[in-house]
Design a protein around this ligand. Structure first.
Ligand code: SAH
Ligand code: SF4
Ligand code: F3S
Length: 437
């Protein structure tokens, strides 16, 4: 039996596409392994959102070199970095056999065949990023949590971001198709469905129907069964009231909203082409908090965007202090070639970026700790995901607000929802006991 490994970098969209790549390889007769040293095919599913992503990929290719020499392993590079680099990547690293954008992963079987028969030295399939990729089956590592792309690409062109260049224009998947897919996953026993898109609440704008994100959520919630729906990421500029209403009303929708902030300074937000001001962002966050009681807000934040002054950065800290995100992904601005911001004046020194990110992380950690304490004494409905990594007798799960909870219980509870009384709150996890099933 042949073995294949798939190594994933980047966002949930890549995690989803890796699940599909694994399924394709399994259907070809490969056994999926985590151990690259025994693999006959290795696929690196790559990201290029920040510079560090490329460095990681080069490191991994270095590691794969001797494995290729020893076993003749087929090396494929898929994902956004492959899409961005195209044949330049195969030229730079002759050890790579296949370079492929993720809308083309359906062609993996024919690409492997071409390499095996020696028809082609390298197979390169990038481009076509404006087509809707074929719907492919996926097997997820967690048998309880599945994800579904509701759209591909992005039209927003935030000036720092490479995603619209590598993922193409926004293309929504037809509503009925998504609803059918959710139904199939729920019937298979999945308990959490994560809807994915670069900007989920502009869903439907490109369709010639009046379908939109609120309607999609409503239709999904009509599906029978006990399951929870999450989504990433909405864009603050498109967060319509009807979406807030659906989240407030529908029990199946998680009370956790990722609301990327990027910067707290209106001046920088404008330079980023985000199309909202500090005031508008705060007003939206406050409105969501009022209408969806107990909601957990999280964010992405960038420091050191070109031209960011100390005053601008203090505005970001101000918003973080005021909103109190449960957690945040915090990044130092990274130049991406081809984007508008890459050639802007006022690029910020690495030292200043580092200093700012440390200050931001310190504040956010304080806020995360504070928001965790709010759970003490609560009874939370938790989806049991399985035994904890460290201790087999302890189960782990997540609240509707996406907080990790640890508690004692029988392994058979995996995949069910239980009520947990929270007794102890640490910054990143809660501890409790089962009080109901
Ligand atoms: N479409 C999603 C995710 C985009 S990529 C969204 O808009 O939320 C994920 C995050 O990476 C972004 O939210 C942003 O915070 C960060 N990011 C994107 N480009 C970046 C860059 N050039 N430098 C640093 N961080 C970046
Ligand atoms: Fe990038 Fe902005 Fe699109 Fe998100 S919304 S993918 S940050 S361009
Ligand atoms: Fe990275 Fe592509 Fe996702 S650039 S963040 S893998 S969309």
């Amino acid at each position: 039996m042949k073995n294949a490994a798939v190594i994933t970098y980047g966002c949930q969209m890549n995690v989803n596409e890796s699940a599909k790549i694994k399924k394709i390889l399994q259907n070809m007769g490969y056994n999926i392994t985590d151990d690259i040293s025994e693999a006959d095919a290795v696929f690196l599913n790559t990201c290029t959102v920040r510079e560090g992503a490329a460095t990681q990929i080069y490191g991994k290719l270095g590691e794969l070199k001797w494995i290729k020499e020893e076993r003749g392993t087929i090396i494929g590079v898929t994902g956004c970095f492959a899409q961005e680099q195209g044949d330049a990547l195969a030229k730079k690293f002759p050890m790579i056999d296949i370079v492929m954008g993720n809308q083309n992963i359906g062609k993996i079987p024919s690409a492997i065949e071409k390499i095996e028969t020696g028809d082609l030295k390298h197979v390169i399939y990038v481009g076509d990023e404006d087509e809707l990729p074929p719907r492919l089956d996926a097997d997820f590592d967690s048998k309880k949590v599945a994800s579904i792309p509701i759209g591909y690409g992005c039209n927003n062109f935030c000036t720092y971001c490479i995603v619209p260049y590598v993922r193409g224009r926004e293309r929504s998947v037809p509503l009925l198709q998504i609803v059918d897919e959710v139904r199939v996953f729920v019937e298979k026993g999945y308990k959490e469905i994560m809807l994915l898109g670069q900007n989920v609440n502009s869903y439907g704008n490109d369709l010639d129907t009046d379908d939109n994100f609120a309607k999609l959520l409503t239709e999904i919630c009509k599906i029978d069964g006990e399951f929870i729906v999450r989504f990433i990421s909405p864009h603050p500029k498109d967060f319509a009231d009807d979406v807030i209403d659906v989240i407030a009303k529908e029990e199946k929708i998680a009370k956790a909203i990722h609301l990327p902030l990027q910067s707290g300074s209106t001046r920088i937000l404008k330079a980023m082409n985000r199309k909202y001001t500090q005031d508008e962002y705060i007003a939206l966050a406050e409105k969501i908090k009022v209408r969806v009681p107990g909601v957990a807000l999280t964010a992405d934040i960038i420091v050191g965007f070109p031209g960011e002054t100390e005053e601008d950065f203090l505005e970001t800290l101000k918003v973080v202090e005021k909103i109190g995100f449960e957690s945040a992904y915090m990044f130092m601005y990274s130049i991406r070639k081809g984007t508008v911001a890459a050639t802007m004046d006022g690029q910020i020194d690495e030292k200043i970026k580092k200093e700012r990110i440390y200050r931001l992380i310190e504040l956010q950690n304080k806020k995360s700790k504070e928001s965790s304490l709010k759970y003490e004494g609560n009874i939370e409905k938790v989806l049991v995901e399985g035994p904890s990594k460290k201790n087999d007798d302890v189960l782990t799960g997540r609240t509707s607000t996406n907080k990790i909870v640890l508690f004692e219980g029988d392994k058979d509870l995996e995949g069910t929802f239980v009520d947990i009384k929270i007794n102890e709150c640490k910054t990143w996890s809660l501890y409790g006991e089962i009080v109901g099933q």
